[in-house]
Design a binder for this molecule. Structure first.
Ligand code: 13P
Length: 256
């Protein structure tokens, strides 16, 4: 049985004061709620402050990216070990904004996933949340399945079964991100089902049935329940609606 997961990707938003206040509200709003994993992914510079706010709660701390090298002369970059050092348990990898605006490729995503999986500190490890998704032009030209399959093949399928079992997938259609234009439950469900089939074909049915596949793209409290009713949608990676406690908590509540 797959446990639902709701991750808030704050992107480059909020500041120390508003971020820690939001984290506090999420902690309070989730008190006593079982049966769902909740993760907050603030910008790197606020990881420690938000992590302190989350300490003692069941809410996880995630970063929005990492660099694949362990250490060295890589100005501006942050390693997996550093994320563990500041208390992260999760890391988003291959978000479409990084693929589109910051030169991320399937190859760099794979290197980052490997680095995240290899890191270990005092018994703690990182869980990568790996994003895939097609652009509007790709969907409109009927290439959705082909694009998602090649992203899966090139950024994930080289992992061993044991490595893959530690990964969470996120399907985020680029045309639905920040646009208010959410994929219909059927559109999302179709891609999620095909992704799970890719996992079953590459690994096996047991790994596929355990794999958590999140949907992302204009998820709101109003549409979350319908999305989560799809058999292959195991939660959400939330952008804009994760910046308001009431909206984010409403999405979390929709998993019940
Ligand atoms: P929105 O929820 O703002 O559409 O963003 C989705 C997303 O990119 C989460 O990673």
């Amino acid at each position: 049985m797959r446990r639902p997961l709701i991750a808030g990707n704050w992107k480059m938003n909020l500041d120390r004061t508003t971020g820690t206040a939001l984290a506090l509200d999420v902690v309070a709003g989730c008190a006593g709620r079982a049966g769902v994993d909740v993760v907050l992914c603030p910008p790197f510079v606020y990881l420690e402050a938000v992590g302190s706010t989350l300490r003692g709660s069941a809410i996880g701390l995630g970063a929005q990216d990492l660099y694949h090298e362990a250490s060295g002369a890589f100005t501006g970059e942050v390693s997996a070990a550093m994320l563990l050092d500041v208390g992260c348990q999760w890391v988003i990898i291959g978000h479409s904004e990084r693929r589109q605006l910051l030169g991320e490729t399937n190859g760099s995503v794979l290197a980052k996933v490997r680095a995240a999986l290899a890191a270990e500190r005092n018994g703690h490890t990182l869980t990568p949340i790996v994003c895939v998704g097609e652009t509007l032009a790709e969907r409109e030209t009927g290439r959705t399945q082909e694009v998602i399959r090649s992203q899966f093949a090139e950024s994930l399928a080289e992992l061993s079964e044991g490595e893959f079992a530690r990964v969470v997938l996120a399907y985020e259609p680029v045309w639905a991100i920040g646009t208010g234009r959410v994929a219909t439950p059927d559109q999302a469900g179709e891609v999620h089902a095909d992704l799970r089939k890719q996992v079953a074909d590459r690994y096996n049915a047991a790994v596929a049935s355990e794999a958590r596949i999140l949907y992302g793209g204009s998820v709101k409290p109003e549409n979350a329940g319908q999305l989560f009713a799809q058999p292959n949608i195991d939660g959400a990676l939330v952008g804009g609606a994760s910046l308001k406690a009431a909206d984010f908590l409403g999405i979390i509540a929709a998993t019940a």
